[in-house]
Design a protein around this ligand. Structure first.
Ligand SMILES: [Zn+2]
Length: 362
């Protein structure tokens, strides 16, 4: 498990949408000899400073943010009211441990409130709670203590407090934010596998774009697409597994079955030409992929494919169980297969292969 330390560092990093600073630091520490640039939205660009204007450009996308909350207000008892940043249900947030950022940029632990069963009526026990009813308890007893002693104010980010764990015996990882730190790690690993000399020698520019604010509407990727102006893009994602939702026959995102290649989801329809190229590369490399047609969900592909004059996008998803909760489970092998498939695909890709992205006279 060559990249397990990188995966651990990325999973443990705190990065609610708009507050991806700790993830930025991990990417910076693992950029190798490639150039890394940051824009005003905290989006990162790997190897973008080396762009050759005479070559087509392929962008490897991933997003650095994770689902979290923002402190909305502080009540008189010292409880924090919160607003979701990204998709949460009350069932997955209630009674869980979180980390709240303070003014001096450190994080303190908190628990999402629940009413003890001892005080609940029979009717209350049957009724689901609403997300709006959850507050965060940092162990303070007054509003003044929260503000003056803890240094927590309105507008601070909140993230799950989970720590990464790997089971060496079966190669399964458990942790938070695999959506989409698996993708961030995949981009870094692809660049590392190729190395600076081989990347420079490619007949196209290879740019890694690490986007912010995906969980609140694919926002960072609008900017990265604009800036990089790629001819094609590959989106890496930690996509929800359907191991338990569907049968083995109908499942399209099963853990340990290889990367999921998406044909559609609620945000885009993939380029059939580009997807066919990925399928051919997977057959040549002997790497199993899972073709997926998703009804809901979405990735940065939604923003990228309509950027500029239209960008063909292929999405490679690494199946993650329990997306948008504190504890996700993923297989290291699916991550490695995604990296290996991408490296094999890039090594065979020629400048002529980008012809399909150009405007044609019919
Ligand atoms: Zn997500």
């Amino acid at each position: 498990m060559k990249y397990i330390q990188l995966l651990e560092d990325l999973s443990n990093a705190y990065g609610a949408p708009g507050f991806e600073d700790d993830v930025v630091a991990v990417v910076k520490a693992n950029k190798g000899d490639f150039t890394l640039q940051e824009d005003a939205m905290k989006n990162l660009y790997l190897n973008f400073a080396e762009l050759d204007p005479n070559k087509p450009t392929l962008m490897l996308d991933s997003h650095m943010d994770e689902v979290g909350f923002m402190v909305q207000a502080i009540d008189e008892n010292g409880l924090l009211l919160m607003q979701a940043l990204g998709g949460w249900t009350a069932a997955s947030a209630q009674s869980q441990a979180f980390m709240v950022r303070t003014k001096d940029m450190s994080y303190v632990p908190a628990v999402a409130t629940s009413k003890p069963i001892h005080f609940m009526s029979a009717a209350e026990r049957q009724k689901p709670v609403a997300l709006e009813d959850l507050k965060l308890d940092i162990g303070a007893t007054s509003r003044e203590e929260v503000i003056n002693d803890f240094g927590i104010e309105v507008g601070q980010p909140v993230v799950p407090a989970t720590k990464f764990y790997v089971n060496e015996r079966n190669g399964m990882m458990m942790g938070k934010a695999f959506d989409n730190r698996l993708g961030v790690a995949a981009t870094l690993a692809v660049f590392n596998e190729l190395g600076p000399d081989a990347v420079k020698a490619l007949p196209f520019n290879l740019v890694g774009a690490f986007a912010t604010q995906e969980e609140v509407g694919l926002r960072g990727a609008k900017v990265t697409t604009n800036r990089v102006n790629p001819q094609a893009a590959i989106v890496f994602e930690g996509t929800p597994s359907d191991d338990y939702a569907k049968s083995a026959t109908l499942g399209q995102g099963r853990v340990k079955q290889g990367p999921q290649l998406r044909y559609r989801d609620s945000t885009y329809i993939a380029s059939d030409h580009f997807n066919a190229m990925i399928v051919a590369a997977s057959e040549k490399a002997g790497i199993h992929i899972q073709k997926a047609v998703r009804d809901g969900g979405g990735t940065n592909a939604g923003s990228i494919h309509t950027g500029h004059n239209g960008v063909p996008v292929a999405t490679l998803g690494m199946p993650t169980r329990y997306a948008h909760t504190h504890y996700l489970i993923s297989a290291y092998q699916d991550f490695q297969d995604t990296v290996d498939l991408t490296v094999a695909f890039l090594k065979d890709l020629t400048a002529e292969d980008f012809a399909f992205t150009e405007l044609k006279t019919l």
